[in-house]
Design a protein around this ligand. Structure first.
Ligand SMILES: [Fe+2]
Length: 283
């Protein structure tokens, strides 16, 4: 196994490994350690079938049911997909799910701890996925601001009244199951206890106990800070790349910047998570 760090603070590429077959207990432990540390793992050269992808993702946790059934594989409904044809074009322009930096299903009481994609078909250019390190972004804030925000919580809903993007339309049945949850603004990672900003401008409906304009101005300030290029890793996909990221340590975003005549198709799974804990600094 060869490990290559992707940025100074997060992300690692792991090669010389075959995820199409079960891994040993020792390797599984090592991969989980690497995952907690680096938050984004990239495994090139893993052109997995859906059952192989399920098995590979289970190295890191338990698979979670996909929320939007129309974007799932009929034979393997636990496996979703992202494709060029998911959303109708607007004025001829390609629309993709997951534009704008976010963390997945943040309105869930127990949001998915991780999300993973395997690239099946990719365009000749564009369609990258970007990640930002929300742990490092928190670490870099000044002490007073940290002190203020570690006490705050935000209500995460299906779609914020100030969302910069629209979400896929859900059926009434799906909508009825959609929760809204108060989440800490700063979460503590359950494995390494590192604090991270927990932001999702598409879903955050203000901040508990705070006047609305002040709340959104604080959210915008933190979001602008956390999405600076210095916190970013930009993944340029190759067919057969498996990428897994920790939703408690990074935000991610998709890009609708490729030629829609070129088809892009990736399998997607999510791993079950637990309730998020507020960061509690050691005294
Ligand atoms: Fe996403």
């Amino acid at each position: 196994m060869k490990i290559t760090q992707l940025t100074p603070t997060f992300g690692a590429q792991i090669s010389n490994i075959d995820l199409s077959v079960p891994v040993t207990k020792e390797l599984k432990e090592e991969l989980n350690k690497l995952f907690a540390e680096h938050a984004v793992l990239v495994f090139p050269g893993q052109p997995l079938s859906p059952p192989q992808f399920i098995q590979a993702a289970e190295i890191f946790g338990v698979l979670m049911e996909q929320q939007i059934k129309k974007f799932t594989l009929p034979e393997y409904p636990i496996v979703g997909y992202n494709s060029t044809k998911d959303l109708p074009r607007v004025n001829g322009k390609l629309q993709v799910r997951g534009e704008n930096y976010h963390t997945d299903h943040s309105n869930d009481l127990e949001p998915p701890m991780a999300t993973s994609l395997v690239a099946v078909q990719i365009p000749s250019s564009g369609g990258d996925t970007q990640f930002v390190d929300t742990r490092k972004a928190f670490d870099d804030l000044d002490a007073d601001l940290k002190e203020t925000i570690i006490k705050l919580k935000s209500l995460h809903v299906h779609q914020s009244s100030r969302s910069p993007r629209s979400f896929a339309k859900l059926s009434n049945e799906e909508m009825a199951k959609i929760p809204q949850t108060l989440q800490p603004l700063v979460i503590e990672h359950p494995v390494n206890k590192r604090p991270a900003l927990y932001l999702n401008t598409g879903r955050m409906e203000g901040i508990e106990g705070m006047e609305i304009e002040a709340a959104y101005s604080l959210i915008d300030k933190l979001y602008k800070h956390a999405t600076q290029p210095k916190y970013e890793y930009r993944h340029k996909w190759q067919v057969g790349d498996l990428v897994i990221w920790d939703n408690r340590a990074v935000m991610h975003q998709a890009n609708a910047d490729y030629d829609p005549e070129e088809y892009r198709y990736l399998y997607r799974v999510m791993l079950k998570g637990n309730r998020l804990n507020s960061y509690r600094p050691a005294l």
